[in-house]
Design a protein around this ligand. Structure first.
Ligand code: CA
Length: 227
């Protein structure tokens, strides 16, 4: 049976665009253009996931998220047009599972929905600590150490890139794959390229960034974590 997605978004163009794209990706969608209708629909239709805009007429996305969280564990991805809201989204412990900054591409949204649904489906969690070569990362604490020394300067994007490379150690990852793996930082990743992130990551964890031994370039493909 198709998974159902409720879109709560007052900008008609965006709502219709999302609806079309998600339907063609195989999801069943419902949409509401104001907060209260959205909340009622969420209760009535019991969707598998909710895309929730922050700025809405009637009841804003923050209030809806808080209200829904009090009564259900439905996965919620917030849509936000303003970068300032991101801090609020992350800081307020609203209980949202993820957020997507506008403008976004429909492809990004689908990738994010898949990731959130996968997590929600209770798929086997990856091990919490990964050790390869002299590099150790703790996925829960989001800490990294190299040769026993903790590296505290990684950005969230750099950390996630490193985690993906280490999970797939020995297997080359294309830039496209690395981009897809960035579940919560895709818009940031678009602004600055994977190459720039990798460069920063190397500067922080490699003993000699000019001759990287952990994150090696696979020419014509992308990067891999050395085995
Ligand atoms: Ca809006």
């Amino acid at each position: 049976m198709a998974q159902t997605i409720l879109i709560i978004e007052d900008e008609r163009k965006i709502a219709v665009g999302l609806q079309n794209y998600l339907e063609s990706a195989g999801y069943t969608t419902f949409s509401a253009s104001d907060g209260l209708t959205g909340l009622q629909m969420a209760r009535r239709e019991r969707p598998d996931l909710i895309l929730l805009d922050v700025m809405l007429p009637g009841m804003d996305g923050f209030s809806i998220c808080r209200t829904l969280r009090a009564e259900s564990s439905v996965p919620i991805i917030m849509l936000t047009a303003r970068v300032e809201e991101v801090d609020t989204l992350l800081g307020l412990e609203l209980g949202a599972d993820d957020y997507i900054a506008k403008p976004f591409s429909p492809r990004q949204v689908v990738a994010r929905i898949k990731a959130v649904l996968r997590r929600a489906g209770g798929e086997l969690q990856p091990p919490e600590v990964l050790r390869k070569a002299d590099v150790e990362i703790d996925l829960q604490r989001r800490s990294v150490s190299v040769q026993g020394a903790e590296i505290t300067s990684l950005t969230p994007t750099e950390f996630d890139l490193l985690a993906t490379l280490m999970r797939n150690a020995g297997r080359p990852q294309t830039r496209g794959m690395l981009l897809e793996s960035l579940q919560s930082h895709i818009s940031e990743a678009y602004d600055r390229t994977i190459d720039a992130h990798i460069k920063n990551l190397r500067r922080k964890i490699e003993p000699d960034a000019a001759n990287p031994q952990y994150i090696v370039t696979v020419f014509g493909v992308g990067y891999k974590f050395a085995e």
